[in-house]
Design a protein around this ligand. Structure first.
Ligand SMILES: C[S@@+](CC[C@H](N)C(=O)[O-])C[C@H]1O[C@@H](n2cnc3c(N)ncnc32)[C@H](O)[C@@H]1O
Length: 394
């Protein structure tokens, strides 16, 4: 996880020192991985006065990121830590942006001794933080069949969860399953490929990795923590790599972007109470990498970026009281005037702005620029229609 902060760089959470938001940004990033791309992905770290805080559970990733960021010495702070524990070391309400980059890193997949990949033989490990005791081998050899079925279903969305769990159970009675190669071969025997491109063990490995590292638990706590360290109006961006984690992220955003609360477990529209949304969507739909990004980094093909702006609660309240005073009719008129055209023009712009293909073709939007608040970014239809196509993301 990383965070860039503003001058003075004396403590982990400095103030803006008179700089404008555009000049100086404090950006928090989750998961450094091998620290392979920080310079291109951290606008804050490139600006004099920016400060970057980052953490990863993997000591090797933190070390690699430190080497990569050496030229920004004094303006970044890296820790080996779970981003779920972010508020322990980052001051609440102090960051301009936070990015959680979920999933495993390329070095983790490429080094067989880490035990994440079914493509190379290595110990069945899968720990991001090697200080923790639980390994994938412990789970595979000691979890009950019912527990394995649950993990494969819930974390791997494996349709043949029961069959695979029973096959593992049968195999482990005669010999302990110690290596990734052993497990991959065992799964392939129980679930032959039958022409599928994907390795049959893909989902089983995903489920085990997520269970070993408690990835969903960390993600839920990490989202709350990342939002807590943002300033009002700060951006939270999350990159997910599969549907299980994306569902959690999307549900989190939907929940916090609601302008009402429900009483009771069932959402009855008549019983809703108005409430201030905690976040606003920057882009309603998840942003996918453009073909050039996938060509440059094929592992990004399944990536999805979701992005919110933390709501300014004080401003929310002012807007709400204005709405109550002026009423919806006047509000519609004001929106018309602000947009600078009659409603049908807005409507036409809305239609054109929601065509993602058109946006991709025009090159106005890509997911990186949207997360960083740089120009040429995608936005929701209202803010899009208020801006000329070449103006920055809201
Ligand atoms: C997709 S990689 C990040 C790649 C990195 N952004 C880059 O550009 O090289 C994911 C990284 O997140 C780390 N990670 C996973 N869960 C974490 C958590 N809860 N807290 C901190 N780091 C975590 C993993 O160890 C891994 O290094």
């Amino acid at each position: 996880m990383q965070c860039a902060r503003i001058q003075p760089p004396t403590g982990p959470c400095g103030g803006s020192a008179g700089r404008t938001a555009a000049q100086a940004a404090r950006v928090l990033r989750g998961r450094d991985g091998g620290g392979r791309r920080p310079r291109s992905r951290h606008p804050a770290s490139e600006r004099a006065g920016g400060r970057l805080l980052g953490c990863d559970r993997d000591a090797a990733a933190v070390e690699a990121a430190g080497r990569r960021l050496a030229e920004y010495a004094g303006r970044f702070e890296l820790r080996q830590a779970n981003f779920a524990d972010l508020t322990v070391w980052v001051e609440p309400g102090s960051c301009d942006g936070a990015l959680l980059d979920l999933g495993v890193s390329s070095p983790q997949l490429d080094w067989p001794e880490r035990g994440f990949s079914f493509q190379q033989d290595g110990p069945l490990d899968m720990r991001m933080d090697v200080r923790q005791p639980l390994t994938a081998a412990d789970l595979v050899n000691h979890a009950s069949v019912a527990e394995l079925i649950r993990l494969f279903r819930e974390l791997g969305e494996e349709p043949e969860a029961a069959r695979l769990a029973r096959a593992i159970d049968e195999a482990r009675r005669s010999v302990r399953i110690e290596s990734t190669g052993q497990l991959a071969a065992l799964v392939e025997r129980a679930k032959p490929r039958r022409g599928r491109r994907r390795h049959p063990a893909t989902r089983v490995f995903q489920a085990l990795r997520m269970a070993v590292n408690d990835e969903l638990g960390s993600l839920r706590r990490g989202l709350v923590a990342a939002l807590a360290v943002l300033k009002p109006g700060g951006r939270l961006a999350v990159i997910t790599f599969h549907s299980v984690e994306d569902r959690v992220v999307k549900a989190f955003g939907n929940e916090l972007a609601r302008d009402y609360v429900t009483s009771g477990a069932v959402d009855v529209p008549e019983l809703r109470q108005p409430a201030d949304p905690r976040v606003r969507w920057v882009c309603r739909k998840a942003i996918r990498p453009v073909p050039e990004e996938v060509a440059a980094n094929p592992r990004a093909r399944s990536a999805q970026l979701r992005c919110w702006r933390s709501a300014d609660m004080a401003r929310n309240r002012r807007t709400q009281s204005a709405e109550v005073r002026f009423g919806p009719a006047l509000k519609a008129l004001l929106i018309c005037l602000f947009i600078g055209g009659p409603p049908w023009v807005t409507c036409a712009r809305r239609i054109s702005s929601t065509s993602s293909d058109a946006r991709k073709r025009s090159g106005r939007c890509n997911w990186r620029s949207c997360a960083s608040g740089m120009p040429n970014a995608q936005s929701n239809w209202l803010s899009w229609s208020r801006r000329s196509p070449r103006t920055p993301c809201p």
